[in-house]
Design a protein around this ligand. Structure first.
Ligand SMILES: NC(=O)c1ccc[n+]([C@@H]2O[C@H](COP(=O)([O-])OP(=O)(O)OC[C@H]3O[C@@H](n4cnc5c(N)ncnc54)[C@H](OP(=O)(O)O)[C@@H]3O)[C@@H](O)[C@H]2O)c1
Length: 248
């Protein structure tokens, strides 16, 4: 029960990494709120998380949405000890294909959404809170065909460092997690065929030093460490969980 008596908000907690993290945080004793946009998934998410979890609709790109979510969490939980700013998407983005709409999409979800999320919850963060930002190993390596997503995640990694300074006086720790290639629904949302998705995943697995994609639970375990008091001396870092992809 490493998160006993703690409260947590996980954006993008209705799928993949966020959902696996919500399950683990609940099992470790936390009260958990998750957010997502697509409420058709909410019944299944509520069934997976149980009746004690809050499942809230909102778009991280919308300040009013995130303020409403923060207000609801404050009402139910009183304050926040943990925020996992996890909502994000990866889009194919070869240089020649980047137009204004694609640029805004990628930057709004992955960067602006993190800023809006943190601004909404800041007043409710308790002293000693842990904030975890979700980046990506591609911010370190570069990534063929998804340059803007990689650049957006590099910006988020930078925010974790700067915000760490800003909140030292409130003893609020900011850190990042950089997932490697993790087997979640993320790539399936690109609108390609099931065969195409299977082939890409098989190709990805071949270039990962450990020989396979990661599981959402691998990232949840890292998030648990950064959320718990075990990491109380860890500030401004990026914990890379990528099967060696960016490190070997
Ligand atoms: N999977 C990987 O290989 C990988 C690698 C590196 C980094 N990451 C990062 O890990 C995070 C989670 O990804 P995942 O793999 O778990 O993907 P996922 O299964 O597609 O989950 C993404 C979650 O984010 C939510 N979301 C997306 N856009 C949103 C928005 N504008 N407002 C609110 N919620 C939004 C989704 O909810 P809705 O569907 O309702 O919008 C969903 O709950 C992302 O930041 C991603 O960039 C993933």
């Amino acid at each position: 029960m490493r998160l006993k008596n703690k409260t947590a908000l996980i954006t993008g907690g209705t799928s993949g990494i966020g959902l696996a993290t919500a399950k683990l945080f609940l099992a470790e004793g936390a009260k958990v709120a998750v957010t997502g946009r697509d409420d058709s998934a909410f019944a299944a998410v509520r069934a997976a998380l149980g009746e004690n979890a809050l499942v809230l609709q909102g778009d991280v790109r919308s300040a009013p949405d995130m303020r409403a979510i923060a207000a609801r969490v404050k009402e139910d939980f009183g304050g926040l000890d943990i925020v996992f700013a996890n909502a994000g998407r990866a889009f194919p983005s070869a240089l020649n294909d980047i137009d204004a709409a694609l640029y805004d999409d990628i930057m709004d979800i992955n960067v602006r959404g993190v800023v809006i999320t943190l601004q909404a919850v800041l007043p409710d963060l308790r002293e000693g809170a842990s904030v975890i930002l979700n980046t990506s190993f591609v911010a370190q390596t570069g990534a063929h065909g998804i340059s803007l997503t990689a650049a957006a995640k590099a910006a988020v990694r930078s925010l974790a460092r700067s915000w760490s300074y800003e909140f030292l006086n409130r003893k609020i720790r900011f850190n990042a997690i950089a997932p490697g290639a993790i087997d979640t629904p993320l790539i399936s949302k690109w609108g390609m065929s099931d065969d195409w998705v299977r082939e890409r995943k098989a190709e990805l697995a071949k270039v990962i030093p450990v020989g396979h994609m990661g599981r959402a639970e691998d990232i949840a375990n890292a998030a648990l460490y950064l959320a718990s008091d075990e990491s109380s001396y860890v500030v401004g870092t990026e914990l890379v969980v990528d099967g060696g992809a960016s490190q070997l």
